[in-house]
Design a protein around this ligand. Structure first.
Ligand code: RNT
Ligand code: ZN
Length: 417
């Protein structure tokens, strides 16, 4: 049976429930996923005086073929993008600047250091998102940046964040789609603090200074990302969830929720509806924590499906900015992007192919038997046939066929590095 024939049969089953599959696929096409560039080189970046990865995050594995130059990284991204249905975005970090062999301090970065990325994004019809990099640097060696007791260190990072927002503004202007600039800092303490407040007061002041710099919101949207703990900041993180939730609401910034940044049984899916009641928009770093914030490649697991259900059934596709954040160096990195991003899109499709209105109604009526029965039955509806057809329509490989492309790319390109 052809992909199309399977699709037609599957479609009928969804239509019985009033789901317009063609409309669903049209809608799915419009949803951009922000693909993080840092999966391609283990969060390395291209700084001339590049040091070790720090900030309490870690990449394990030694799979050959990691991108060593901006050209290699872009080529790898292009390969992955050719295997992922839809038009998406690429998420950059400040350490991916191109400075022509010149040492440029992070507080001195300018739009011109990202011209190649912008040209490339234009060529491929991609939006760009951005992050200042407040780790892997001498001035972050104490594990403190924007909350550091030393005002000079704080100043340096404040200026880096302002420079980053200007770069993002330039992206947004050039590409005609606003850039999300996300601030994440590693600040925290390994051991029990004797003062939790003072670093938070300083972080708040630093953020105020960063956002004082006027940047056109038409081109740049600011987000702040909280965290629960990091390696070396197990006992205390300055930028906790409550810290940023309060800051974002009061200052009209976006909260960015990373799915690896909460207690193991605390689910981001359960936060979306609450947060959207008080904030117009929300950003996500979809990741997969395995026992800790391990940043494994996103799989089509229950939590991913639940996140997408929350976005879809609350009509929040244009309110939740979906970005990915994982880094696995133990497998082919192009495959990692492809698997994770395809899964993100699959989960959205899955959520769109559920009779959400009917299920809401059942709950309102107190009919929990039918609610549970239908939720469970829909798990084995022929969603795969719709996904395959979508891939075919979008001109990307169907099912696992993409793996052949990756293998060939590994043989021809990655293994030659
Ligand atoms: C770290 C945060 C942060 C980073 C990236 C590289 O725990 O999740 O988002 O992963 O900025
Ligand atoms: Zn993150």
């Amino acid at each position: 049976m052809s992909v199309k024939e399977s699709y037609e049969l599957a479609k009928k089953q969804y239509e019985k429930w009033g789901i317009n599959v063609e409309e669903v696929l049209d809608q799915l096409k419009q949803v951009p996923i922000s693909i993080h560039c840092w999966q391609g080189d283990d969060v390395g970046g291209f700084e001339v005086n590049k040091g070790e990865l720090s900030g309490g995050i870690d990449v394990t594995g030694n799979y050959p073929g990691k991108a060593r130059t901006p050209e290699e990284l872009r080529s790898d991204l292009e390969k992955a993008l050719s295997l992922i249905p839809g038009k998406h975005r690429v998420n950059l970090h400040a350490i991916y600047a191109e400075t022509n062999g010149e040492v440029v301090e992070r507080d001195q970065l300018e739009p011109k250091h990202f011209e190649n990325w912008v040209d490339w994004a234009k060529e491929h019809g991609l939006g760009l998102d951005f992050n200042p990099t407040l780790f892997s640097h001498d001035k972050a060696a104490d594990g403190l940046t924007l909350s550091h007791p030393n005002p000079e260190i704080r100043e340096f990072w404040i200026n880096h964040c302002i420079a980053s927002r200007k770069i993002a503004e330039y992206f947004g202007k050039e590409l005609g789609t606003p850039t999300l600039t996300n601030i994440w800092i590693p600040d925290g303490y390994k051991d029990v603090p004797s003062d939790r407040l003072t670093p938070r007061v300083r972080l708040k002041e630093s953020l105020d200074k960063i956002f004082e710099a006027k940047i056109d919101e038409q081109y740049n949207i600011d987000a702040v990302e909280s965290k629960l703990f990091g390696i070396g900041s197990e006992s205390y993180v300055v930028g906790s969830h409550e810290f940023y939730l309060g800051y974002a609401l009061k200052n009209n910034k976006l909260c960015l929720l990373d799915t690896g940044h909460y207690h193991p049984t605390e689910m981001v899916s359960n936060k979306i509806s609450s947060m959207l009641l008080y904030s117009e928009k929300l950003a996500l770093h979809v990741s997969r924590p395995v026992r800790w914030d391990s940043d494994h490649v996103v799989t089509l697991d229950d939590e991913l499906k639940e996140i997408s259900l929350e976005i879809v059934r609350n009509d929040a596709l244009d309110k939740v900015m979906i970005g990915l954040d994982f880094f696995d160096a133990s497998i082919n990195r192009v495959a990692a992007w492809t698997i994770g991003t395809r899964n993100m899109i699959k989960s959205l499709l899955n959520a769109m192919l559920v009779p959400n209105e009917h299920l809401k109604q059942l709950q309102e009526e107190g009919n929990f038997t039918e609610r549970l029965a239908l939720i469970e039955e829909f798990k084995t509806y022929p969603f795969g046939a719709i996904w395959d057809y979508y891939c075919e329509q979008m001109g990307v490989p169907v099912k696992e066929a993409w793996l052949e492309d990756v293998k060939k790319y590994e043989k021809d390109v990655l293994s030659q590095r």
